[in-house]
Ligand binder design. Structure first.
Ligand code: GDP
Ligand code: MG
Length: 439
C-alpha cells in the first residue's frame, strides 16, 4: 500500500545521514510513483512533488543535521495542506435546526453515514431528526428507520408516494415543531449521475436551504470518487465531502486528491459499517497515518470517549498493586474492544505495521475471544486466584472453552505478560497517559 511504499522510501533516506540533491530527487521520484499507484490525481501529484522539491533541495535542509527528517516533515506538511490543512467543522445554523443534506451515488454510504452522523450529534447532546428522502430504492426507508430505532433518534417519513422535496419540507417543519436542532435529510442515489437525480436534489436544496450539503463518496473507487465529487460540486455547490470505506481503501488516493481537485473539504471519514465508525476528518492526522507515523491523537480521542475514567483509574491501581485478576482481565479486554477491532487499533499506532507483519505475534480479535472463553469457563474463585488452576481444572477449562489443554496452559502462562501489556494500555487511557502522548 501507499503507506508502506512511502515508509520504505523514507527509511532509505534516513539510512543515509547527509543527503545530496540526487538523494532527494531519487526519493521524490519514488514518492511520485507511490502516489500515482495509489490513484492520486496526476496533476495533484505533479504540483505536490514540485512544491516539496522546491523546499527540500534548499541549502538549509541539505546542510541540516537531520536532512532526512526535515524532508519527511516537508512531505508531511504538504500532504496535510493538500488535504485541506486544518479540520473543517460541520456548519451550524444561527437559528436551529441546522439542515444537513446527504447526497451521493447509490451504495456510497449515504444512509449509513446519516445514522453515524446522528450518533456523533447525540454524543454531543444534540437532538437530530432524520428524514427518509430516498423513496426509490426498495427498503431504503426501512433501513433508515432501523438505524433510527437503534439510536433512539426520530425518523420522519411520508412513505414512498410523496415526493422527496415535500418530505424534506415537512421534515423541516417537524424539526422546528419538535425542537430538533439538527435535521439530516437522506436522499436517493443513482448508479450514475443523471439529470433527473440532479434536478430533484436541486429542488430539495431550494426547498430547505441546507446549511451543509455533504457528498458521500466511496474512497475505494479512487479517481472515480474524485470525478463524482467534481460533478456534484459543479451542480450543487457542496459544502463538504464524507469519504466512506476508508477501512477497505488500500490505495488512499481519493483522500489525497478530493480537496485539491474540487476545493471542497473532507469533513468526515468513515472506516467501517458500524455506527461508531465515523470520525471528523483531520488532514494532519491522515497525513501522518499515510506516512506511517501513526495516529495517536485519534486513538487517544477514541480512548477518552469510550473508556470510563474511574474504571481506568481503578484498573491502574490494581495493576500497580498486582491485584489484577482474570475478571479484571476480561473487563479490560472489553474496554479495549470498545475502541474498535484490534487490527484497526494497531493501524493507528506508530510502527505497528511492523508488529502486524510479524508472523508469531497474533493480536487478532478471534484470539481475544478464544481467550475470553477460557476465562468465562473459570469459577469465581479461580478467576480471583490463578494458583487454584490445577491440571485437572485446566482440563475442565479446555473442554468448557473449546480449546486444547496446551492452549489453556499457554494462556495462563501468558497472563503475566498480558498484565504488562494491559498496564501499557491502561497507562495510555488514563488522563496522565494521554497527556504524555500528546506532548
Ligand atoms: P447509500 O445507497 O448511499 O445510502 O449506501 P448505504 O448507506 O446503504 O451503504 C451501502 C453499503 O456500504 C452498506 O452495505 C454499508 O454497510 C456499506 N458501508 C457504508 N459505509 C461504509 C464504510 O465506511 N465501510 C465499509 N466497509 N462499508 C460501508
Ligand atoms: Mg441510502
Amino acid at each position: 500500500g501507499l503507506s508502506s511504499r512511502l515508509q520504505s522510501v523514507f527509511s532509505k533516506l534516513r539510512g543515509k545521514g547527509k543527503l545530496t540533491e540526487d538523494d532527494v530527487n531519487e526519493a521524490l521520484r519514488e514518492v511520485r510513483l507511490a502516489l500515482l499507484e495509489a490513484d492520486v490525481n496526476f496533476k495533484v501529484v505533479k504540483e505536490f512533488i514540485a512544491k516539496v522539491k522546491e523546499q527540500a533541495i534548499g541549502q538549509e535542509v541539505l546542510q541540516s543535521f537531520t536532512p532526512a527528517m526535515v524532508v519527511v516533515d516537508i512531505v508531511n506538511k504538504e500532504l496535510t495542506a493538500l488535504m485541506g490543512g486544518t479540520q473543517s467543522k460541520l456548519a451550524r445554523a444561527n437559528k436551529p435546526p441546522t439542515v444537513i443534506m446527504m447526497v451521493g451515488l447509490q451504495g456510497a454510504g449515504k444512509t449509513t453515514t446519516t445514522g453515524k452522523l446522528a450518533k456523533l450529534l447525540l454524543q454531543q447532546n444534540h437532538r437530530p431528526l432524520l428524514a427518509a428522502g430516498d423513496i426509490y430504492r426498495p427498503a431504503a426507508i426501512k433501513q433508515l428507520q432501523v438505524l433510527g430505532e437503534q439510536l433512539k433518534v426520530p425518523v420522519f417519513s411520508l412513505g414512498d408516494k410523496v415526493s422527496p422535496v415535500e418530505i424534506a419540507k415537512q421534515a423541516l417543519q417537524h424539526a422546528k415543531d419538535h425542537n430538533n436542532d439538527y435535521l439530516i435529510v437522506d436522499t436517493a442515489g443513482r448508479l450514475h449521475i443523471d439529470e433527473s437525480l440532479m434536478d430533484e436534489l436541486k429542488q430539495i436544496v431550494e426547498a430547505v436551504s441546507p446549511d451543509e450539503i455533504l457528498l458521500v463518496v466511496d474512497a475505494m473507487t479512487g479517481q472515480d470518487a474524485v470525478n463524482v465529487a467534481e460533478s456534484f460540486h459543479k451542480q450543487l455547490e457542496l459544502t463538504g465531502v464524507v469519504l466512506t470505506k476508508l477501512d477497505g481503501d488500500t490505495r488512499g488516493g481519493a483522500a489525497i486528491s478530493v480537496k485539491a481537485v474540487t476545493g471542497c473539504p473532507i469533513k468526515f471519514a468513515a472506516m467501517g459499517e458500524k455506527l461508531d465508525a465515523l470520525e471528523p476528518f483531520h488532514p494532519e492526522r491522515m497525513a501522518s497515518r499515510i506516512l506511517g507515523m501513526g495516529d495517536m491523537l485519534t486513538l487517544i480521542e477514541k480512548a477518552q470517549a469510550s473508556i470510563d475514567a474511574d474504571k481506568a483509574k481503578e484498573m491502574e491501581r490494581k495493576l500497580r498493586t498486582a491485584e489484577f485478576t482474570f475478571d479484571d482481565f476480561l473487563e479490560q479486554m472489553e474496554q479495549v474492544k470498545k475502541l474498535g477491532p484490534l487490527d484497526q487499533l494497531l493501524d493507528m499506532l506508530p510502527g505497528a505495521g511492523k508488529i502486524k507483519g510479524m508472523k508469531d505475534v497474533k493480536v487478532d480479535d478471534k484470539q481475544m475471544s478464544r481467550v475470553a472463553a477460557i476465562v468465562k469457563s473459570m469459577t469465581k474463585e479461580e478467576r480471583q486466584n490463578p494458583d487454584l488452576l490445577s491440571p485437572s481444572r485446566r482440563k475442565r477449562l479446555a473442554a468448557g472453552s473449546g480449546n486444547s489443554v496446551q492452549d489453556v496452559n499457554r494462556f495462563i502462562k501468558q497472563f503475566e505478560d498480558m498484565r504488562k501489556m494491559m498496564k501499557q494500555f491502561s497507562g495510555m487511557m488514563g488522563p496522565k497517559g494521554a497527556k504524555q502522548l500528546k506532548n
